[in-house]
Design a binder for this molecule. Structure first.
Ligand code: XUL
Ligand code: CO
Length: 437
């Protein structure tokens, strides 16, 4: 098979002074930062759906992407042709992981049986390519939102048969993820929500979603799949409201239905911002619950306000992500997964490289900056001091459950007024962060 990117050699680290757009300026895989190599910290992953299947269509226009390897192929032939191209891309980029949906890698068949056969054909090729290149599967997932059968949702559909088909699809996707050595499996509830409450039994739909996830947990145990399960929150789009709307809503749902021990969250920047949060906020929420598993690294456009899935280039954003990640001790099964697509105006194959190189460099800089901020220690020390009133005396007594309202009232009666507050120093801290960015 001739190379799909014949003029592109393996992307090398050339340092910040390089003017070569096809080189890393900051991502140096083997360089040690805060006790681990950059590759170990960042665990980059490329997604099959945008990188191989994205063709630049939008709601107003046709595809624009020039993909010479597709040569007018369709169906299973096209699916087969994409596999070596994808791994050539990951290898040249030096991305150690990838992620896919069942129906990105293989086409929909006329029946479940035929779809499964198509998938098996492609999984064989994926396995060969994984072996040849060393690229590993970060997580697998099932596409439960594109086909018309899922127009009312999958696990939350009003149609029990849609639930059954989705279960069959996830069963197969779990088998396949396991056979490819996948380190995780993601549930993104593409249409698990509603378009109007006039036709919706929310309680019943939520119970069905929980039942579906419990079935997945049971099946995972039955086949001995050891990968981590993730839920990926998103508040809307394509639905008006999605039940896994943000990190806090997911955690509440998982707790309510006794699923929390089986799931972590896979957080995506553009989903957090659609929910009216920053990525840092959603990461903080998940970390506080010990439930941050992985991240889908991308960004939105504040002026557009929908899920634009752009490559992350803001150093503030990557610094915040890496501060949160270093603070929690880094990934275990998760990684920095580029759930991001090139703009439809960026239609040449080389644009795929520019996009990923930029994202990897932005995260490498974020990592170095976050490590420097932590080494400096002033930020952490400020936060520690801000809570000093809880470290001794009355604060400590409250935290240790030694006092209640009666004791606190008696204490304040005697004291008369609370001790004066100290400044939050937001501007001082913003300036401090800018010393490093
Ligand atoms: C959609 C999205 C998905 C999930 C996987 O917004 O993020 O691609 O990451 O289903
Ligand atoms: Co995503």
């Amino acid at each position: 098979m001739p190379a799909a990117f014949p003029r592109i050699r393996k992307i090398q680290y050339e340092g910040p002074n390089s003017k070569n757009p096809l080189s890393f300026k900051h991502y140096n895989a083997d360089e040690f930062v805060a006790g681990k190599t950059m590759a170990e910290h960042l665990r980059f992953s490329v997604v099959y759906w945008h990188t191989m299947c994205g063709n630049g269509t939008d709601v107003f226009g046709w595809g624009t992407a020039v993909r010479p390897w597709e040569k007018g192929l369709t169906g299973l032939d096209l699916a087969k042709a994409r596999v070596p191209v994808f791994f050539e891309f990951c290898e040249k980029l030096g991305a150690p992981h990838y992620a896919f949906h069942d129906r990105d890698v293989a086409p929909h068949g006329k029946s479940l049986k035929q779809s499964n056969q198509y998938l098996d054909t492609i999984v064989k090729l994926l396995k060969e390519q994984q072996k040849a290149t060393g690229v590993k599967l970060l997580w697998g997932t099932a596409q439960l939102f594109a086909h018309p059968r899922y127009c009312h949702g999958a696990a939350t559909s009003c149609n029990a048969d849609a639930f059954a088909f989705a279960a069959a699809q996830v069963k197969k996707a779990l088998d396949v993820t396991k056979s490819l050595g996948g380190q995780g499996y993601t549930f993104w509830g593409g249409r698990e929500g509603y378009s109007t409450l006039w036709n919706t039994n929310m309680k019943r739909e939520l119970e069905h979603l929980a039942k579906f996830l419990h079935m997945a947990v049971d099946y995972k145990k039955a086949i001995g799949f050891k990968g981590q399960f993730y839920i990926e929150p998103k508040p809307k789009e394509p639905t008006k409201h999605q039940y896994d709307s943000d990190a806090a809503a997911c955690l509440n749902f998982l707790r309510e239905f006794d699923l929390l021990e089986h799931f972590k969250l896979n957080l995506e920047t553009n989903h957090a911002t659609l929910a009216g949060h920053t990525m840092q906020h959603d990461m903080r929420v998940a970390i506080a619950a010990g439930a941050l598993g992985s991240i889908d690294a991308n960004t939105g456009d504040e002026l557009l306000g929908w899920d634009t899935d752009q490559f992350p280039t803001s150093i503030y954003l990557t610094t915040q992500c890496m501060l949160e990640l270093l603070g929690m001790g880094g990934f275990t099964t998760g990684g920095v997964n580029f759930d991001a697509k090139v703009r439809r105006e960026s239609f040449e194959p080389v644009d795929l490289f520019h996009a990923h190189i930029g994202g990897m460099d932005a995260f490498a800089r974020g990592l170095k900056i976050a490590a420097a901020i932590r080494k400096d220690g002033r930020l952490a020390e400020f936060v520690k001091q801000r809570y000093a009133s809880w470290d001794s005396g009355l604060g400590k007594d409250i935290e240790r459950n030694r006092v209640g309202f009666k004791e606190l009232s008696a204490y304040m009666m005697k004291k008369g007024e609370a001790a004066p507050n100290t400044s939050g120093r937001q501007e001082f801290l913003e300036n401090l962060i800018n010393e490093f960015v």
